[in-house]
Design a protein around this ligand. Structure first.
Ligand code: ZN
Length: 148
């Protein structure tokens, strides 16, 4: 990363860079904050870490307990299976020239991102903080409130 794209000026204090708060359903952290080693869903002791889905902010890791890691994996596989099934129907509809069935499969595919929304952890940079979605209520409730 070049110095031109630094997300904050260097005068920002160490303390300001290193904090973790909540704001509604968001976890708000300083740019260099390490997220505590607790499950991002249930706030229990975490055993596995996962990088967040963001190219610019992929130095941030969230953590999960065994149970929620397994659950996330299962949900991910279900969504993949669902998407594959939709795609197969779409292709079949194309071959058989069944337009109505094809349209239905197409609409079903459009639901994939919506279905996967609760399981995706996304981050964006805003107001000198990183705002992360996808945390569970127990984890959010353990954090102090963010005040802008
Ligand atoms: Zn958990």
């Amino acid at each position: 990363m070049s110095t031109d794209t630094q997300p904050f000026p260097p005068e920002v204090s160490e303390e300001e860079r290193n904090y973790i708060r909540r704001s509604g359903r968001y976890v708000v952290v300083g740019f260099w904050t390490q997220i505590p080693q607790r499950c991002f869903v249930c706030n229990k002791e975490a055993t596995v870490s996962e990088k967040i889905e963001s190219e610019e902010l992929n130095h941030i890791e969230v953590h999960f307990c065994d149970e929620h890691k397994k659950k996330r994996k299962r949900q991910f596989l279900i969504i993949v299976a669902y998407a594959s099934a939709c795609l197969a129907c779409l292709i079949a509809a194309g071959f058989l020239n069944k337009t109505a069935f094809g349209s239905l499969a197409f609409v079903a595919i459009l639901l994939v991102p919506i279905l996967s929304l609760p399981y995706s952890i996304k981050a964006k940079f805003k107001e000198r903080s990183i705002w992360i979605t996808g945390a569970g209520k127990a984890f959010l409730d353990s954090l102090p409130e963010y005040k802008a």
